[in-house]
Design a protein around this ligand. Sequence first.
Ligand SMILES: Cc1cc2nc3c(=O)[nH]c(=O)nc-3n(C[C@H](O)[C@H](O)[C@H](O)COP(=O)(O)OP(=O)(O)OC[C@H]3O[C@@H](n4cnc5c(N)ncnc54)[C@H](O)[C@@H]3O)c2cc1C
Length: 387
Amino acid sequence: MDNFLSSNLIALKTTVERVVENDITPFAEQVDREGAWPAHSMKALAAAGLLGLQVPTQLGGHGQGLFALSLVTEAIGKACPSSALCFGMHCVGTAVIAAKATTDQQDRYLRAIADGKHITTLALSESGTGAHFYLPQTRLTLEGRHYVVEGTKQFVTNGGHADSYVVSTVASTDTAEAGDFSCLIVDRDSEGIEWLEPWNGFGMRGNSSRGLRFNQARVPQANLLGKEGDQVWYVFEVIAPFFLMAMAGTYLGIAQAAVDAAGEHLRARSFTHSGESLRDIETLQTRFAEMWISVEKTRSLIHEAARRGDMGHPDALPFILACKADAGDTAVHLANDAMTICGGTAYRENSRVSQLLRDARASHVMSPTTDMLKIWTGRSLLGLPLL
Ligand SMILES: Cc1cc2nc3c(=O)[nH]c(=O)nc-3n(C[C@H](O)[C@H](O)[C@H](O)COP(=O)(O)OP(=O)(O)OC[C@H]3O[C@@H](n4cnc5c(N)ncnc54)[C@H](O)[C@@H]3O)c2cc1C
């Protein structure tokens, strides 16, 4: 595949593969077992200059788009899905800040991110509106040169570890209706923020997904992103493509890891009574071929979606919507198939394959969820508005 990549992308891919091999893979099992936020991964990605993947080049970043994001998250996700989720959410938060950053926001956030000194993340979901992440109910009131924020976010990835949080709120204008919302950058040490109980996930156990309560929190007016109430633009132009690509890459990484685990077992396992190897059995050869076909089809869809998104192709939308749904389905199916192929060795608590299956399962509940994405893909193909 490298033959089809630009020299910039080949360099980025080589860099992330080195970081994954040296600094991420050795601790992946521990991250899952202890449910520990992968500080070592974020530190190594920062040292390799990758935190600024989405920061414009004139501010010291790589100025990359969706294709690079899919390659980097796939490489990380293959080794440690929790690390890929944490890094991916940082990249989405960065893209949201970068979309319409003021000079002050460029200086305070984007340059620091490019220097590897700042991690950001996205805090959109709330328990009241659940998967409908584009309908925040957190309130915002302008008092002098500060906004006062009141409300509670749920499932904030990188919660308690990031330096800043991109938070969605109802616009403070009197005429604001559901869906007219504003986004603010909230610094980690802001007055009036409170972290709720840590989340003990079934999978993606290292992502530090936590509730975040704003008790009349005070945020400088200068931290507003874009104009008040124009965030629906952000949802469909920035958050959706970058989030969907970061997650598609992560779940593709899981799917590839499942194929690799199955292939390793098929080659290594042989029977003492017959000397026959598992790879000599036709049923398993067929099953393995189907796994490979599935992962390659998903990779092609993701890359096509990323290419179309990066070039602003008019028909990019259904590709981008479908690619995360498809990657989630593929990851779950292939982790499940890998467990069948790897037999009883894999069907034990905390085996590598059982971790892949648990991590893959997050894809269907992280919003936009698989069901929602398939509805939106259909609506977009049929010329209907998404919502
Ligand atoms: C590991 C993990 C990390 C996360 N990280 C973040 C983060 O960093 N930032 C953030 O903001 N959020 C994050 N989330 C939250 C996530 O994006 C969802 O908002 C959240 O999981 C929704 O959970 P819920 O239980 O409220 O779902 P519910 O809203 O109760 O939905 C339950 C099910 O109903 C389905 N459903 C609901 N409405 C419809 C509909 N109209 N049509 C079809 N199906 C529908 C959903 O698809 C879902 O399958 C994370 C979640 C997880 C699991």
